[in-house]
Design a protein around this ligand. Structure first.
Ligand SMILES: NC(=O)c1ccc[n+]([C@@H]2O[C@H](COP(=O)([O-])OP(=O)(O)OC[C@H]3O[C@@H](n4cnc5c(N)ncnc54)[C@H](OP(=O)(O)O)[C@@H]3O)[C@@H](O)[C@H]2O)c1
Length: 294
């Protein structure tokens, strides 16, 4: 019998890639993806039933309220999903490896190039709930938190990733203002999930940063994307966060991923490199080419 890995949030962007890529990266495991339709993780009884049914040997917990705007609108719901559901599941998984996906948004963006030992200071509800959940998870020394960067990919519902958001907004004829002074380390979903599988199966537990090696402004990201998605070309314009009037935005959420990189069997790509070296896997440009894997 194969060991069982449980992936929560399987209808979402990253959970979807974890399940789809499992035959390539973890062929000796049985990977079971759980969607909200199958289990509401905020309901402790449902979470316990899930546990009894599957008895997994590894959990990768992707389920979350991940949209910052929705978290601002409903902080109680954000806390219930992002903190309390994580607590239920981490309790149930106390004796097995448990990987919790956190975010670069636990930082305030004042410093940039963040390392794992930097102090957190989230500016928004999403980041606050994730920072709180990190403490819950790391209370068990056998468990792992991976803070991931902005992730490019194609979700099962085609409406989750920032790339899908941009393309959809452009299709409505809306002009997107992309800041030249707001920085991230974006990563394609295919490379991200390959790293998650490796760290889940072999990595020592603890806290890791996982992003692409290039620090890019939102404007640079948009220009690179418009080479692959021509419909963006006439819809993006540069702007400055100094002219933005709204809830606080962390200006520089770039992260240093050297700690996880030292444990991986492959080089984490930069976003520019990814987009210029045309991936070979079918029509999903964000998949990690299986040809490279074998
Ligand atoms: N994508 C990124 O750029 C990024 C960056 C940093 C960190 N992260 C983190 O990485 C993880 C995965 O992100 P993602 O982009 O894949 O998010 P996503 O596409 O929003 O997927 C999250 C999934 O969680 C499910 N979910 C929500 N509430 C639930 C509940 N009560 N019970 C069970 N399932 C529930 C959602 O179900 P529905 O489909 O029904 O809504 C959704 O399928 C999240 O923790 C996110 O915070 C993502």
């Amino acid at each position: 019998m194969k060991p069982v890995a449980l992936v929560t949030g399987a209808a979402g962007l990253i959970g979807g890639y974890l399940v789809r890529t499992a035959p390539c990266w973890v062929p000796d495991w049985e990977v079971r993806g759980m969607t909200r339709a199958e289990v509401d993780l905020t309901d402790r009884t449902q979470a316990e039933r899930l546990w009894e049914r599957h008895r997994p040997d590894l959990v990768i917990h992707c389920a979350a309220l991940s949209r910052t705007g929705l978290c601002e609108q409903n902080p109680a719901q954000a806390r219930l999903i992002n903190v309390e559901a994580t607590r239920f599941l981490a309790d149930l998984a106390k004796d097995v490896p448990f990987i919790f996906l956190s975010t670069d948004q636990v930082f305030d963006g004042a410093k940039g190039r963040y390392v794992e030992t930097d102090a957190v200071h989230p500016l928004n509800v999403y980041g606050k709930t994730k920072a709180e959940a990190e403490q819950v998870v790391l209370a068990n020394p056998a468990h792992t938190v991976v803070r991931i960067a902005l992730t490019a990919g194609m979700s099962p519902t085609r409406d989750r990733s920032f790339v899908e958001d941009m393309v959809r907004t452009a299709a409505k004829g809306v002009t997107l203002t992309l800041f030249t002074d707001e920085f991230r380390c974006p990563l394609p979903a295919g490379a991200l999930v390959r790293a998650l599988w490796e760290i889940g199966l072999q990595g020592p537990p603890g806290l890791y940063h996982l992003g692409g090696y290039e620090r890019l402004s939102r404007w640079e990201i948009g220009k690179l994307l418009s080479a692959r998605f021509p419909e963006l070309r006439s819809s993006i314009q540069p702007g400055s966060v100094a002219d933005y009037h709204g809830p606080p935005r962390p200006p520089d959420l770039s992260m240093c991923s050297d700690k996880i990189q030292a444990l991986l069997s492959f080089r984490l790509p930069g976003f520019r490199q990814w987009l210029t070296e045309k991936p070979s896997d079918g029509d999903d440009p964000w998949n990690y080419p299986p040809a490279v894997a074998r």
